[in-house]
Write a protein that binds this ligand. Structure first.
Ligand code: B12
Ligand code: SF4
Length: 467
């Protein structure tokens, strides 16, 4: 068959989340499209959170690839059904279908599990030339001739990340140079937190691009985009020596850019690294603090203590770096008190922005396996697996209490005091985030009314108090 015109779709979020105002595409589909373009294909990428789909292009496609995480899976499946009804074959990929390939094959012709670069191009070769045989393509799930869902062995992880091209954002429909610009410099993470799917998806071995390739990519990013550069690595400084070399080289090359990334609290143990980050234009560090409850940190297998969190905040503040603190609430040792104290902690230590996420058992994680085994999942409406909805029975609270207390904690943090304080100090960006947070919480509360009632919560207790 002919597969010269290929469209990719990153299915849109089911509702508001903290980054809704600043859409960032995941890099998978853009990388695949860039590789296709290099091989002479016509490829386009549609990211629903960036712009509406252009069906006139999608309907002309000879193959469509759809990327999904768990919360976007229902939308991704609806799109797959619609596209297949047009007679266009559909391939799905991404972290949800990697762990739920049977489900994906109810909607798509093929599912690619794990990293897609190798498997996708082998599948294309099969579709175009009939070779290699489907059964030999690692990481591929498909329906055999007798209709049996077949899952080939997993693919190997890509060892040479330098062999991947720099993603071409001009392939993304309605992409603007002012948008936040994502960059990936490494894959995998040497840790093993129980709620995280990164290890199962990208492996525990930390693989990374060379310093030269990374700096070249940063340079290109600074040229083509005015937006903040977001290094999407799960743990940018997992290899501290390498991180420092990159930053030193970026400084030597005088790359002018504002950037941010995700790190663990360990970064603060190396002041030289923190200084290099600040000097090279780092604006915000996104840090998985996860919990102020030591028992919960242990239950998450986070390998960090409360004192590490406090030291980290203090050190980063010494260097003027902003902190986006990510907390995951609702572990078995957590109580209502834990949640309330988390909001107080974040305000007391002047964390700049926070995300209070509700613990979510994502397929592929040890947490998911445990809660399935213990029959503690409330449902599998994946659209609610977005870290803003309670989807399991917590240990020491009712689901409704966890839901409402998390909203309250967010409302308490993004209070009028927070907004006015930032207005008074001319930090308008944060004042705007505070206002957005406030509005979003109210919308969430309204949207969740029915679910909360289903969870047994009393209607009169649903209001978010004013702080
Ligand atoms: C950047 C990022 C974000 C950004 C942008 C999100 C977006 N557009 O979805 C922000 C900060 C907004 C965000 C928010 C959220 N995120 Co996030 N995020 C990431 C992060 C760190 C990097 C994504 C990326 O670019 N990866 C690198 C590229 C190369 O990987 P990839 O896109 O997955 O593509 C590869 C394969 O998946 C596959 N593939 C992917 N698509 C396709 C399609 C086809 C056809 C094929 C063949 C192959 C294929 O091949 C690609 C190349 O190897 C990942 C972690 C990670 N390491 O991936 C988490 C991750 C995707 N996020 C996650 C989650 C849970 C969320 C939130 C729900 C909660 C939160 N953290 O706030 C929200 C939901 C947002 C939404 N879309 O609704 C989870 C998803 C797990 C799951 N099963 O659902 C991840 C995996 C993190 C984790 N710790 O588990 N996120
Ligand atoms: S949460 Fe962060 S540190 Fe923990 S396993 Fe996932 S990527 Fe690694």
């Amino acid at each position: 068959m002919n597969t010269k015109k290929i469209s990719f779709i990153e299915a849109g979020a089911p509702g508001l989340h903290i980054f809704s105002k600043f859409p960032i595409p995941r890099l998978g589909t853009i990388l695949l499209a860039t590789m296709l373009r290099e091989r002479g294909y016509e490829a386009r990428v549609f990211v629903e959170d960036v712009a509406d789909l252009d069906w006139s292009v999608i309907e002309q496609s000879e193959l469509v690839g759809i990327s999904t995480i768990t919360s976007t899976a229902p939308r991704a499946y609806a799109l797959a059904d619609r596209i297949r009804a047009l007679g266009i074959p559909v391939v799905m990929g991404g972290p949800h279908v990697s762990f739920m390939p049977d489900e994906a094959l109810d909607h798509a012709d093929f599912a690619v599990r794990g990293e897609g670069e190798e498997s996708f191009f082998q599948l294309l070769a099969y579709l175009e030339k009939g070779r290699p045989a489907l059964s030999t393509i690692r990481g591929l799930s498909f329906k055999a001739k007798d209709g049996k869902k077949t899952h080939n062995p997993a693919a190997e992880f890509i060892q040479d990340l330098d062999s991947l091209p720099e993603p071409d954002f001009s392939l993304v429909h309605r992409w603007k140079p002012s948008h936040i610009y994502p960059i990936s410099t490494s894959r995998g993470c040497p840790y093993g937190c129980r709620f995280c799917s990164v290890i199962q998806m990208f492996g525990r071995k930390y693989r990374f691009k060379s310093v030269e390739a990374t700096v070249k990519e940063l340079k290109l990013a600074a040229e083509v985009s005015r937006g903040t550069k977001f290094i999407v690595d799960d743990n940018f400084a997992a290899d501290i020596k390498r991180a420092k070399e990159i930053l030193r080289a970026a400084l030597a090359e005088r790359i002018k850019m504002t950037w941010s990334t995700q790190v663990r609290v360990d970064v603060a143990k190396d002041r030289e690294l923190v200084r290099l980050m600040a000097d090279s234009g780092c604006h915000t560090l996104y840090i998985g603090f996860e919990s102020i409850n030591p028992a919960t940190l242990k239950a998450y297998n986070k390998k960090q203590g409360l004192e590490d969190i406090v030291t980290c905040i203090r050190t980063l503040k010494d260097y003027g770096l902003h902190i986006h603190g990510m907390f995951v609430l609702g572990a078995d040792p957590d109580t209502v008190e834990t949640i309330r104290r988390t909001a107080e902690f974040a305000a007391k230590y002047r964390i700049d922005t926070v995300q209070f996420m509700i613990l979510t058992p994502l397929p592929g994680t040890p947490l998911y396996d445990q809660l399935v085994e213990e029959k503690r999942l409330l449902h599998t409406d994946w659209s609610k697996y977005d870290a803003h909805h309670v989807v399991f029975k917590p240990g020491l609270m009712t689901p409704a209490t966890l839901q409402v207390e998390t909203f309250r904690a967010m409302a308490k943090f993004y209070s009028w005091k927070y907004i006015l304080k930032h207005l008074a100090t001319f930090h308008f960006h944060y004042a705007a985030i505070g206002l957005f947070g406030k509005t979003a919480i109210r919308k969430f509360m309204r949207n969740c009314t029915t679910e909360l009632q289903e969870l047994g919560f009393n209607n009169s207790s649903l209001s978010v108090p004013r702080f």
